[in-house]
Design a protein around this ligand. Structure first.
Ligand code: SF4
Ligand code: SF4
Length: 56
Protein backbone atom coordinates (compact mmCIF):
# COMPACT_ATOMS: atom_id res chain seq x y z
CA UNK A 1 0.00 0.00 0.00
CA UNK A 2 1.09 3.52 -0.74
CA UNK A 3 -0.42 6.90 -1.34
CA UNK A 4 -0.59 8.38 -4.81
CA UNK A 5 -0.91 12.05 -5.73
CA UNK A 6 -3.57 12.66 -8.35
CA UNK A 7 -3.82 15.35 -11.03
CA UNK A 8 -5.75 17.54 -8.57
CA UNK A 9 -2.35 18.53 -7.11
CA UNK A 10 -1.62 22.26 -7.38
CA UNK A 11 2.07 21.84 -6.42
CA UNK A 12 1.83 23.84 -3.20
CA UNK A 13 4.45 21.63 -1.51
CA UNK A 14 2.63 21.33 1.82
CA UNK A 15 2.67 17.55 1.78
CA UNK A 16 6.39 17.15 1.17
CA UNK A 17 7.38 18.82 4.44
CA UNK A 18 4.88 16.70 6.39
CA UNK A 19 6.03 13.33 5.07
CA UNK A 20 8.01 11.54 7.82
CA UNK A 21 10.04 9.49 5.36
CA UNK A 22 10.67 12.08 2.62
CA UNK A 23 8.75 10.04 0.07
CA UNK A 24 7.31 13.10 -1.71
CA UNK A 25 9.15 15.13 -4.31
CA UNK A 26 8.31 17.59 -7.05
CA UNK A 27 7.75 15.91 -10.39
CA UNK A 28 7.49 17.39 -13.86
CA UNK A 29 4.01 18.84 -13.36
CA UNK A 30 2.75 17.70 -9.95
CA UNK A 31 4.26 16.30 -6.76
CA UNK A 32 4.86 12.56 -6.69
CA UNK A 33 5.10 9.82 -4.05
CA UNK A 34 7.82 7.19 -4.08
CA UNK A 35 5.65 4.14 -3.44
CA UNK A 36 8.56 2.07 -2.18
CA UNK A 37 9.32 4.63 0.53
CA UNK A 38 5.78 5.61 1.58
CA UNK A 39 4.70 4.09 4.90
CA UNK A 40 1.02 4.89 4.38
CA UNK A 41 0.75 7.33 7.29
CA UNK A 42 -1.80 9.60 5.61
CA UNK A 43 -0.14 12.90 6.57
CA UNK A 44 -0.07 14.09 2.97
CA UNK A 45 -3.78 13.55 2.53
CA UNK A 46 -4.48 15.33 5.83
CA UNK A 47 -2.56 18.49 4.92
CA UNK A 48 -3.39 18.73 1.21
CA UNK A 49 -5.77 21.64 0.51
CA UNK A 50 -7.24 19.97 -2.57
CA UNK A 51 -7.42 16.30 -1.56
CA UNK A 52 -4.94 15.19 -4.18
CA UNK A 53 -3.24 12.31 -2.31
CA UNK A 54 -5.28 9.12 -2.28
CA UNK A 55 -4.64 5.69 -0.76
CA UNK A 56 -4.19 3.07 -3.43
FE1 SF4 B 1 4.59 10.32 3.08
FE2 SF4 B 1 2.72 9.42 4.72
FE3 SF4 B 1 2.01 10.52 2.40
FE4 SF4 B 1 3.21 8.16 2.42
S1 SF4 B 1 1.17 8.61 3.28
S2 SF4 B 1 3.71 9.86 1.07
S3 SF4 B 1 4.61 8.35 4.15
S4 SF4 B 1 3.01 11.56 4.12
FE1 SF4 C 1 -0.03 18.76 -4.31
FE2 SF4 C 1 -1.63 18.54 -2.21
FE3 SF4 C 1 0.98 18.06 -1.96
FE4 SF4 C 1 0.09 20.55 -2.32
S1 SF4 C 1 -0.28 19.24 -0.53
S2 SF4 C 1 1.86 19.57 -3.37
S3 SF4 C 1 -1.63 20.19 -3.71
S4 SF4 C 1 -0.49 16.88 -3.19
Amino acid sequence: MAYKITDACVSCGACASECPVDAISQGDSIFVVDADTCIDCGNCANVCPVGAPIAE
